[in-house]
Design a protein around this ligand. Structure first.
Ligand code: SAM
Ligand code: DTB
Ligand code: SF4
Length: 365
């Protein structure tokens, strides 16, 4: 399909603010054309180096300057990582994302160990992702050679709001790291957080920055802020579930082929709320009772939710080995063309849509 890369903030805001049912319907339609709506990837986060970070990201419990209850840890060993990855695989995860509380990657023995962790997880036939802070092009290349599948580096928010959240590195630095990753065959994972006091225009601004990248990121995590005591954002109000659904739906519409990840903040969401996020196009969750440092639903509860919704965990590398058009819900299509059945001439829904269009063109509609 042709991907639109010239999105404007106004266009995205208009989508975000559509009547709720229309937004959901549109997002679900795009989702079905590009993805299997009954498959959701289960990923596991591993905090391989926790706390003591020199940065000042206002949301983050791992920043050394904030006084949180967090217990820090030095870099884990390769064996510890392997054991945890095997456990994650056994509970249905097809992707492991290793996070380090670093400002940037430094060449040396710790980076060599991370490269060995990447090789080890790769051999387990799982997608391996890292989020280690800023990267040079050479470091991105070394990660690629070790078999890294994805690199996560979030824009977090709009360029305008960014300075209210972080002062120790700029929005441009983030784009530079994403660009360095893009020069390799590692896929790009970049998204952000809602609920940090930003406006809807900032949410749209963040999506503009992501959707106008060419190519668009293969993966976009949408996090709801997990407010942590001791951080400057401890008192932020919980994100209404409606905002999360709208954000997921808008992300799906503007980045149709991307894996949209319903990320942090799920402990505050009902199953019904999460189901609407899946309907609106989210096709990944992080499983396990801890994200990097904050709580997350228990994996058994998530599997119960999957069972109730008839969702299947996605296999590793499924997106890579299958063209997106093949992953579409076959029951929506006939064998001759790729259009959903309902959009073919004469179908009841198509007739209704045409009638609506006609009515709209009449004065006074
Ligand atoms: N240090 C690296 C970096 O900043 O890129 C990697 C780890 S960092 C914790 C990864 C991402 O987690 C951040 O970019 C942010 O989007 C998300 N995050 C951190 N704390 C969060 C919180 N309290 N609530 C929601 N998301 C959070
Ligand atoms: C992302 O966007 N969210 C994940 C993953 N990428 C690395 C991290 C969420 C962290 C939430 C706060 C914590 O647990 O420390
Ligand atoms: Fe450090 Fe990353 Fe947390 Fe920012 S988000 S303080 S860079 S660990």
């Amino acid at each position: 399909m042709t991907i639109k890369h010239d999105w404007t903030k106004e266009e995205i805001l208009e989508i975000y603010n559509k009547p709720f049912m229309e937004l959901l319907y549109e997002a679900a339609t795009v989702h079905r054309q590009q993805h299997d709506p009954n498959t959701v990837q289960v990923s596991t986060l591993l905090s391989i180096k926790t706390g003591g970070c020199p940065e000042d990201c206002g949301y983050c419990p791992q920043a050394a300057r904030y006084h949180t209850d967090l217990e820090g840890n030095d870099l884990m060993s390769v064996n510890q990582v392997k054991a945890q990855a095997l456990r994650a695989k056994a509970t249905g995860s097809s992707r492991v994302c290793m996070g380090a509380a670093w400002r940037n990657v430094k060449d040396g023995s710790e980076f060599d160990n991370v490269l060995e962790m990447v090789r080890t997880i790769n051999k387990l036939d799982m997608e391996v992702c890292c989020t280690l802070g800023m990267l040079t092009e050479n470091q991105a290349q070394r990660l690629a050679e070790a078999g890294l599948y994805a690199y996560n580096h979030n824009l977090d928010t709009s360029e305008d709001y960014y300075k209210e959240v972080i002062s120790t590195r700029g929005f441009e630095d983030r784009l530079q790291t994403i660009n360095n990753v893009r020069k390799t065959n590692v896929t790009v994972c970049s998204g952000g957080i809602i609920g940090m006091g930003e406006s809807e225009a900032d949410r749209a601004g963040m999506l503009v920055a992501l959707a106008t990248l060419n190519p668009q990121p293969e993966s976009v995590p949408i996090n709801a802020l997990v407010p942590v005591e001791g951080t400057p954002m401890a008192e932020e109000k919980p994100v209404p579930i409606w905002d999360m659904i709208r954000m997921v739906a808008t992300t799906r519409i503007v980045m149709p082929e991307t894996q949209v990840r319903l990320s942090a903040g799920r402990t505050q969401m009902s199953r019904e709320g999460q189901a609407m996020c899946f309907f609106a196009g989210a096709n990944s969750i992080f499983a396990g009772d801890k994200l990097l440092t904050t709580p997350n639903p228990d994996v058994n509860e998530d599997m119960e939710m999957f069972k109730m919704l008839g969702l299947n965990p996605q296999k590793a590398f499924e997106k890579k080995s299958q063209p997106v058009s093949v992953a579409a819900d076959k029951s929506q299509f006939n064998s001759q063309d790729e259009k959903p059945k309902w959009s073919r001439p004469g179908h009841k829904i198509e007739r209704n849509l045409q009638a609506q269009e006609k009515a709209k063109s009449k004065p006074g509609f």
